[in-house]
Every structure is written in structure tokens, then in C-alpha cells.
Design a protein around this ligand. Structure first.
Ligand SMILES: [Fe+2]
Length: 98
């Protein structure tokens, strides 16, 4: 599947929506919702950076293993963390994607 540079714009729009939802959660004193949204926003930024990197190598000549947390979607390159910094899942639960 070809990567489309306009998809990066959509990710930025998503971040703006999440920022608004975080502001709403703060205004409504919904701390748990705020933390979940902040984690989701952090993970979306990780995804945006990986997407941008993929756009720079559209033919995928630089082979990299990615590991995805099955709970929160946190994605890392090379190897998974001992525990997911966002949801605490053990490294053994991460799913490898190449
Ligand atoms: Fe996670």
C-alpha cells in the first residue's frame, strides 16, 4: 500500500481533536479520562514520527522490526521495552511487525 503524504495532515487533525478532548476532561475534572487521552496523544505522536520516517523510505529499503503493544498501541522500533511506558504491559506481550 502506497503511503500518502496527506495522511500525515489527517494525523495532525486527530491530535488537535485529542487536545480539545483533554481540555474538556480537565474542565470536567475527569482525571482518568485526561490521562488516557494524554497517553493516546503521545502514542499518536509516536505513530506520526514513524509514518514520517516511512515516507522518507517509501520502498522500505531500511528493514526495521516494529513492536506494537496490544493494549494501547504504543509502537517501538528495534525491540520492545521491558514494560510499556503507557499501560505497563510486559515486553513478552508486544506483537512484532516487520
Ligand atoms: Fe501499552
Amino acid at each position: 500500500m502506497a503511503l500518502n503524504p496527506t495522511d500525515l495532515f489527517d494525523i495532525r487533525s486527530l491530535l488537535t481533536d485529542e487536545e480539545r478532548m483533554i481540555q474538556d476532561a480537565v474542565a470536567e475534572n475527569e482525571l482518568e479520562a485526561r490521562h488516557s487521552l494524554e497517553y493516546a496523544m503521545s502514542i499518536e505522536m509516536i505513530h506520526a514520527k514513524l509514518f514520517k520516517k516511512a515516507l522518507e523510505d517509501p520502498k522500505g529499503q531500511q528493514q526495521t522490526a516494529y513492536y506494537i503493544c496490544p493494549v494501547c498501541g504504543n509502537t517501538t522500533e528495534g525491540k520492545p521495552p521491558k514494560k510499556c511506558p503507557y499501560c505497563g504491559v510486559d515486553e513478552k506481550e508486544f506483537v512484532e511487525v516487520t
